[in-house]
Design a protein around this ligand. Structure first.
Ligand code: NAD
Length: 306
């Protein structure tokens, strides 16, 4: 008999993740508050359930993929929630992107109740979820990590261990703060080069071999026609939306406050992405931030004779 996995939250990410598990031969017991989503899960072969407790019934592992911390607190901690209803020893895997405090708090409540829990947030979006190529960053005990590895490998191309429970989400938030800041820096740099009438292709090639090189610039160019296969070549169709980047930068700033730290560049990146989203670009790829920082430099032609 195949292993049974409970799956709670089958939205844009959760549904294709559950589909990978079904394709790999797992039995999936699905629960979501949306009826149309449950219908879609049923069409993929999942068993539709009507409550959190029913989804966890007979499952050795339960995966949650929920929008934000408040949904995670509700699904795990409320009466009838996972901590109350999952059988002792069940492994709970939360892949939602949420705040570190909630992740740690829910994790210790689960352990106190005789359950195992890891946080396993992902990088990579819906496209990666559809082909089982997400990247998981895992926090929890090493034993729980080992127990989860085979299941996460079905949905992801990499499964990395970060440390104690809450570390997965902590590392993801730190990474995305770095990414948000460096994407703005890459966009500002290339737009300055345009204003200076520099050959943009040559500028790009040289910086990529110099000390200004960084991941956002090299692998995800915010200006079109410099490298292949990036959203900037495709009208900034996401990819990873600016709205998602704003969410992660907010989580980063929450984390900064929670430890009395200061991150002026992270705060500035949040302000810039918030403005971009407020201008109607929440669904634009986050590299489209070059549209905001570039201003009229977009129209500057390169004149080799000047
Ligand atoms: P989504 O809103 O499409 O899906 C969330 C699902 O959770 C919905 O179907 C909703 O009905 C369900 N839900 C909410 N409350 C519930 C409850 N109490 N019980 C049961 N189901 C409930 O969101 P998404 O895009 O799938 O993202 C999920 C998580 O993954 C988020 O934390 C997001 O930040 C993270 N993430 C998303 C992406 C992306 O590209 N979409 C990439 C990386 C990480």
């Amino acid at each position: 008999m195949s292993q049974t996995i409970g799956f709670i939250g089958l939205g844009n990410m959760g549904l294709p993740m559950a589909e990978q598990l079904l394709k790999a031969g797992y039995t999936v017991r699905a629960f979501d508050v949306s009826e149309s989503i449950l219908q879609a899960a049923s069409e993929l072969g999942a068993i539709v359930t009507r409550s959190i407790g029913e989804a966890a019934q007979g499952a050795s592992v339960v995966v949650t993929m929920l929008p934000a911390g408040r949904h995670v607190r509700s699904v795990y901690l409320e009466p009838g929630g996972l901590i109350e209803t999952a059988a002792p020893g069940t492994l709970l895997i939360d892949s939602s992107t949420i705040d570190v405090d909630t992740s740690r708090m829910v994790g210790s409540a689960a352990v106190d109740a005789g359950l195992e829990m890891i946080d396993a947030p992902v990088t990579g979006g819906v496209m990666a979820a559809r082909i089982g190529k997400l990247n998981f960053i895992v926090g929890g005990t090493e034993a729980s990590f080992k127990r989860a590895e085979a299941i996460l490998s079905v949905m992801g191309k990499s499964v990395l261990y970060a440390g104690a429970q809450g570390s997965g989400i902590g590392v993801k938030i730190c990474n995305n703060m770095c990414l948000g800041v460096s994407m703005i820096a890459a966009a500002e740099t290339l737009m300055l080069a345009k204003r200076l009438n520099l050959d943009i292709k040559r500028t790009y090639e040289i910086i990529n071999q110099a000390s200004g090189q960084n991941w956002a610039l090299s692998n995800y160019s915010p200006l079109p026609d410099l490298i292949d296969g990036v959203p900037s070549n495709n009208g900034y169709k996401p990819g990873f939306t600016a709205g998602m980047m704003r969410k992660d930068l907010r989580l980063a700033m929450d984390a900064v406050s929670s430890v009395d730290a200061s991150a002026p560049m992270g705060a500035q990146a949040l302000a810039v992405y918030s403005l971009f989203c407020a201008n109607g670009d929440a669904q634009t790829d986050y590299s489209g931030i070059s549209k905001l920082v570039g201003g009229d430099a977009w129209d500057y032609p390169f004149d080799p004779g000047k």
